[in-house]
Write a protein that binds this ligand. Sequence first.
Ligand SMILES: C[S@@+](CC[C@H](N)C(=O)[O-])C[C@H]1O[C@@H](n2cnc3c(N)ncnc32)[C@H](O)[C@@H]1O
Length: 263
Amino acid sequence: MNQELNPRIVGASPAGAQDRESASAAVREMFTSIAPRYDLLNHVLSFNIDRLWWRRTARSFDAILKRPHARVLDLCCGTGDMTFALRRRANSGTQQILGADFSHAMLQRAAAKGKSTTLQPPQWIEADALRLPFPDGYFHLVTSAFGFRNLADYDAGLCEIARVLAPGGECGILDFGEPGGLIGQCYRVYFKKVLPAIGTVLSGVRGPYAYLPASVERFPSPDEMLGRMHQSGFREVSWTPYTFGVAGLYRGVKNDCHRSEAF
Ligand SMILES: C[S@@+](CC[C@H](N)C(=O)[O-])C[C@H]1O[C@@H](n2cnc3c(N)ncnc32)[C@H](O)[C@@H]1O
């Protein structure tokens, strides 16, 4: 963990990062370096449970996804698995489903996967989650799966999500947690020792799989995260643990500040 970072900014801090910009650049380089093997590693290291988590998250937003003409953004979409899960739940094709990520290599993989689906493929946008190229109040749903934790400034990320959401629109952040009890103890051995070793061998790159457990340890607790969401303009905030809390879904509804824009 880098002690030089502004202590008021809570965000990802990969090794060597000096400030928000260098932290973001290091994160982008890291994901670009593992992009070719990202999907394989994800499925092997999570025993394929990640597929259930993406599906469960998408299903929990059915009320929005089934609306015709809903506009949905999957932030930090990587190779697009969460985005495709949203697309499948939306199914009618009239909804606008976008995936955004700042790693070109990850997006290339997402786009390639889209070619082999019979569904209308999502649109892919290369963009930084802290400076999104969308107007205020544009989306009805913004999700992020295992991406938000990598932002260099969590409060700025939440404010940017709130900015692009329409009042009454919803946010869903799926990310890792730290389970308690005996399950937590066993899981920590796997997550901190076994996973980095296997990840390093399969990817051929050391940094990212040592960074993963460190970033989860650094991530705010569910209570703190819900407080930050509340302060950033969300109401009805909640956290639902998945698989004993190994992962979990944060939800919030954007405050209604402009009645006329609500949907
Ligand atoms: C762990 S991957 C998650 C990918 C995908 N959502 C999934 O569930 O497999 C994290 C992704 O977040 C992206 N990311 C991290 N910080 C970002 C930022 N500031 N702006 C855009 N993308 C970012 C990375 O490039 C990477 O593709």
